[in-house]
Design a protein around this ligand. Sequence first.
Ligand code: GDP
Length: 382
Amino acid sequence: MFDRLKKKLSEFRETVVEKIKKKAEREEVKEEVEEEVEEEVEEEVKEEEKARKEEVAERREEKKKGEREEREVRKTKKKAKGIGTLLKEKGKAILEGKTVLDEKDLEKPLEVLEEALLESDVALSVAEEIISSVRRELVGERKKWGAKTEELVQSALKTALLNVFSAVGEFDFERFVATRVRAKQGLVNIAFVGVNGTGKTTSIAKVAKRLLDRGYSVVLASADTYRAGATEQLETHAANLGLKLIKHQYGADPAAVVYDAVKYAQSNRKEVVLADTAGRMHTSVNLMEQLKKICRVTPPDLVVFVDEAIAGNDAVERAKRFDETVGIDATILTKVDVDAKGGTAISVAHSTSKPILFLGVGQGYEDLQKFNAEWLVERLLG
Ligand code: GDP
């Protein structure tokens, strides 16, 4: 899972740590040279002082010159102290183990990191934002490097990645359903949208299982009257999970199916309707119009966009299109278990500004994982 991006992030970390080490080494050499110069100057001053003292001793006998010579010695001592302080100040940052990284140090590694992000399905605007954040964290300020250098780079990457999700926020699906069900009208109507083959039907079954396990009553609606076999597929899941499925004939009006499902749920005190819509291509105007109609006739409490993590930027484009057409509230990303790249979640969340609800991590009903940004970032940086 996410192996590719994980590898690239780890390479970036290593490059930066190596750069810092090299810079620190160069500065250490500088420090040694400066220390040597300082010692030499001090030595010279000491010798000069010694010679003066001897001279003073010799001349002490000469009463008239005595006092003037002592004043000279005091002046020399003061001068020696001044040189020492200057050298110490210069080397202070180095002696404290601090190295200042500048733009130039990070230029190349950040370029490589940006390319890696783009190759790993992170959209351009998001990659740019991540790069700026990492640069902000690492450049300029005096950092105390050393044994913890790697942690500092790691933390800069972590902050940058988490920032993407913090702008989107989280959505607690269970709490949302619970609040709705407790409310007077009681029924939660959820529509699932997305293109064919991405795992929409499977995800509906997984969400149904999750709700059943938490004690909710669920009705399924097969509003995909467009694709032959779609209803049968949902029927199999309904049978496996022991759920009522509302369906119409092939080619019927999908809005009517959801309408019937909502009516059925209301009169049978069911709490949640999960509607499967046709896996329409986002480019099909007619089918998109039908989707709008479904949302008009039985306004969903939640529109969930489903797509697969392995689709990369295609998923991002589709998410935007569905959002423009019907307004999506959240996303489920499927097939994360077979996604080597790892950037789709970051891109979809960022480009739609909508939270990710769950990740599909397998084909079984239990393979639905609540999305957690920390978890994802930890995985990527792991
Ligand atoms: P739909 O056409 O969008 O409804 O897609 P389906 O639900 O029929 O799923 C298409 C295929 O993807 C099926 O073979 C599913 O078993 C598989 N699938 C769905 N979700 C996941 C997932 O999270 N991981 C993996 N590995 N396969 C999945």
